[in-house]
Structures are given as structure tokens and as C-alpha cells.
Write a protein of this length. Structure first.
Length: 123
């Protein structure tokens, strides 16, 4: 379930990035609000997913989902380059996120409970 939450967080990151572009430097208030809502929801969901998924894995997957989704939107709606090299790079990012998912230790029952100590060392 944490990976589903993480994927939704990545989608909200895409919304935030697209809204940032559409806000025209925050001059369009509707898109500025959409940016704040999208990124806030994205961060909140990332924090929920990171309870069970290691933060390095969760953050890498979250940024990958957001980057690929935003790039695809740019290609489809904003006329951005669809060069084969760019597409190959996006496929590589997707493959990396999939490999992170396949190697996630949280998939085993003994690792599914959150650790008792989640505070950073030294605090």
C-alpha cells in the first residue's frame, strides 16, 4: 500500500510542476494555488509512504515518477522535444524506479512494520 501512496504522491508532484509552469511566475493566482496544493499533497503523501519505505528509496522513486510524468506532459501538451535520446532517458528512469520497487525490503512481512525509532541520528 505504501507504494500506491508513493505513486499518488508522484502524480501530485507532476501537478505541482505543471501548475508552476502555468502560473507564469505566480502571476496567475489559480495556478499558483494549484502549485501549492499539488506540492503540499505530494509532500504529505511522501511522508506517509516513507513510514514503511526507506527514505532514500522513497525519495528516488518519488522524484523519478514526478520527472517522468512532467516530461511526458511537456511532450504531449507543451511541444517539448520527443527526441529518441530523451525518451530512452525517461525509460531508464522508469526502469530505475521499477528496480527500486522490486528490491524494496518492505515487501517482506517481517519488514512491514515501521521501525520504533524514526528520528535522525544525533537528535
Amino acid at each position: 500500500m505504501s507504494w500506491v501512496v508513493l505513486c499518488v504522491a508522484g502524480c501530485f508532484e507532476c501537478l505541482g510542476a505543471v501548475a508552476l509552469k502555468a502560473s507564469d511566475g505566480f502571476r496567475d493566482r489559480r495556478w499558483a494555488v494549484a502549485f501549492v496544493v499539488g506540492m503540499s499533497a505530494s509532500m504529505f503523501l511522501l511522508s506517509i509512504a516513507a513510514i514503511r519505505i526507506p527514505i532514500g528509496t522513497a525519495y528516488a522513486a518519488w522524484t523519478g515518477i514526478g520527472a517522468v510524468g512532467t516530461a511526458l506532459y511537456g511532450m504531449a501538451r507543451l511541444g517539448e522535444s520527443r527526441a529518441i535520446r530523451r525518451i530512452i532517458c525517461l525509460v531508464a528512469i522508469v526502469a530505475g524506479v521499477l528496480m527500486l520497487r522490486l528490491t524494496d525490503p518492505a515487501g517482506s512481512p517481517e519488514d512491514s512494520a515501521p521501525s520504533a525509532d524514526v528520528t535522525p541520528a544525533g537528535l
